[in-house]
Design a binder for this molecule. Structure first.
Ligand SMILES: Nc1nc2c(c(=O)[nH]1)N[C@H]1C(S)=C(S)[C@@H](COP(=O)(O)O)O[C@H]1N2
Ligand SMILES: [Mo]
Length: 562
């Protein structure tokens, strides 16, 4: 292996970069099947992505949600992979200069993977394995291509022959002529003859046999990496809990939910249905891979500032009298007019009963829910004991909880944003004090208290819809969970507020549909909505961002009528 010092030809650089990318792909790809043994969160891409999710500033995270919506996780993984590819290409180029440099780059990234994997909550030393195996094989690949038996000689180096004058493409160059060699502009060739200022282009032609060997080798390895990566993910999926979930038969509730009154759902095309189906229910969490929690080994420990700590199994919960309630869940990150909100029928155990059994201390004003992946939320103890239907939920819309919505057990609390209450994959409830513990989102700039703000949304017509003059049904949803909606008003072009008709609803804990008949006239019009909750408070016009405790302002849509 020769260490090269001079400038490198574009061709050489390309092959070197490809070698680096191949090495990185092998590292990442092979780590996936290894992670089938140690758990999907120990795969380097997922582990590092998870650290990024926890570490990036809130503004950036919000930007990601704004740009990619609920595809923000895919975007993060793809972004991480692209960044990684860039570094890998650089390591390949460095390796041609000095193999040790390229190997050091891979080792450094392996170390980052190890560090990320072993420091995730609930991780142990075995979680280092995928990154270690991946980095080892990646280094091997780099060596094979750049220092080892498959070293591709002609592309690695072949300096221009001095006797023949500067070896430049396009034939000999006369003194004074400009040769376009860099994107920064032509470099003048001085009469002094060939100089180091001109980038040697290396061999005009790479030896075709070597080139074929190299491309075949990297093609096979890239293919292997992709198959290993996808195969590993697929295997990990098969080791998931969907089979266990399918086998569950939930008992009927002792206290069924009140029936949805006729007319609660106006059934308009663009209007969100009164009950959100599970597949269309928004999903928000910090988990890059959905936690797979076996219901047979799942336990909920309620502890902390309690008289008697207790632990419940899934079977314990199903053996208790279950209640079923419609509750509309909302995310604090929901923008005015946004769709991070959904209404479902939840089946579960009243949390009030479980808390009574552990006898909380009087000063324990916060219940911290902790998920299997370490995520936490802090709920006011009072909200769980004041008689509202706060549930430890096992069912959603007549099915066991979907895995991505917290299977086997999650918390649902009417009136509180998800980030302070709706712990999915919950495994611990710790009674503590707000003064003593900040849950996950609090140090990241969000309010410790998260009551849902009164809001309303226009679902139809949509912004930029083209309408024909005459009667138009304006309709949407409004919510003020656990207080209830008293009134919804609509106005056109800053005209007088007009009262909309409210559809019947199951309870104060769900959203309500509203509609208003508009006699639309030609032109461009601005429709606005505002709601008043049952305490008589009308939602404020003042616009506030979602941080720190939920967006405010009136939803406005602009439509064109012809
Ligand atoms: N374990 C866990 N639970 C969580 C979260 C999370 O990141 N991890 N996010 C919360 C937030 S911010 C919201 S809005 C709700 C969303 O629940 P859903 O995904 O079932 O709609 O889950 C809450 N529970
Ligand atoms: Mo949320």
């Amino acid at each position: 292996m020769i260490a090269h010092t001079g400038p490198m030809s574009t061709t050489s650089r390309r092959y070197a970069a490809l070698a680096g990318i191949t090495a990185a792909a092998v590292a990442i790809g092979i780590a996936e099947p290894v992670a089938v043994l140690t758990g999907p969160r120990s795969a380097p891409l997922v582990a590092v992505g998870g650290v990024i999710v926890d570490a990036v500033p809130e503004s950036l995270k919000q930007l990601a949600i704004d740009l990619f919506g609920t595809a923000d996780k895919i975007a993060l993984l793809v972004g991480t992979a692209v960044l990684l590819g860039g570094f890998a290409a650089l390591f390949g180029v460095l390796a041609v200069r000095r193999l040790a440099l390229g190997l050091a780059g891979i080792a450094a990234f392996g170390a980052i993977g190890v560090a990320a994997a072993v420091t995730r909550s609930g991780a142990d030393l075995a979680d280092a394995l995928p990154s270690l195996v991946g980095a080892g094989l990646g280094a091997l690949v780099l060596w094979l291509f750049i220092g080892g038996p498959f070293e591709l000689d002609p592309w690695t180096w072949s300096p221009p022959t001095p006797s023949a004058g500067p070896a430049l493409p396009g034939g000999p160059v006369s003194p004074g002529e400009s040769v376009p060699v860099s994107p920064a502009g032509p470099v003048p060739v001085t009469p002094a003859g060939p100089t180091a200022a001109v980038e040697p282009v290396g061999p005009a032609e790479v030896d075709p046999e070597s080139r074929r060997r190299f491309l075949t080798g990297s093609g096979v390895l890239l293919g292997t990496a992709v198959v290993a990566g996808l195969g590993g993910r697929w295997l990990a999926g098969r080791r998931g809990v969907s089979a266990a979930r399918d086998a569950i038969r939930l008992p009927a509730p002792v206290a069924p939910a009140p029936a949805v009154p006729a007319g609660a759902d106006l059934s308009l095309t663009q209007l969100a249905p009164y009950v959100t189906p599970n597949f269309g229910f928004y999903r928000i969490d910090t988990a890059l891979v959905v936690p797979q929690v076996d219901p047979d080994t799942w336990r909920l420990r309620i502890h902390g500032r309690v008289g008697r700590e207790r632990t419940y199994s899934y079977a314990d919960l199903l053996a208790r009298p279950l209640v079923e309630r419609y509750v509309t869940l909302a995310c604090v990150s929901n923008e005015v007019g946004g769709d991070l909100i959904g209404n479902a029928l939840w089946l579960g155990v009243p949390l009030r009963e479980l808390l009574d059994e552990v006898e909380p201390d009087d000063d324990a004003d916060q219940v911290v829910g902790r998920s299997v992946d370490g995520w936490t939320c802090g709920t006011p103890t009072a909200a769980l004991r004041d008689g509202r239907d706060a549930l430890l939920a096992v069912g959603m819309n007549g099915e066991p909880l979907p895995v991505e919505h917290g299977f086997p057990v999650r918390v649902v609390v009417p009136g509180l944003y998800g980030y302070v209450s709706a712990c999915k994959w919950v495994t611990e409830l710790e009674l503590t004090r707000f003064a003593d513990f900040d849950a996950y989102w609090v140090p990241r700039g969000w309010s410790p208290q998260g009551p849902i703000k009164t809001q309303s949304r226009i679902d139809t017509p949509r912004g930029r819809n083209r309408l024909t003059a005459g009667p138009v049904t304006v309709a949407g949803v409004a919510w003020a969970q656990h207080r209830g909606i008293r009134r919804v008003e609509v106005r056109v072009d800053d005209g007088p507020w007009q009262e909309a008709a409210l559809a019947p609803t199951v309870s104060v804990d769900t959203w309500v549909q509203w509609s208003w008949r508009w006699d639309a006239t030609p032109g461009e019009h601005r429709l606005q909505v505002r709601a008043t909750d049952a305490t008589g408070e009308t939602q404020t016009e003042r616009t506030q961002d979602v941080v720190p405790d939920g967006a405010t302002g009136w939803h406005t849509v602009t439509v064109t009528v012809r």
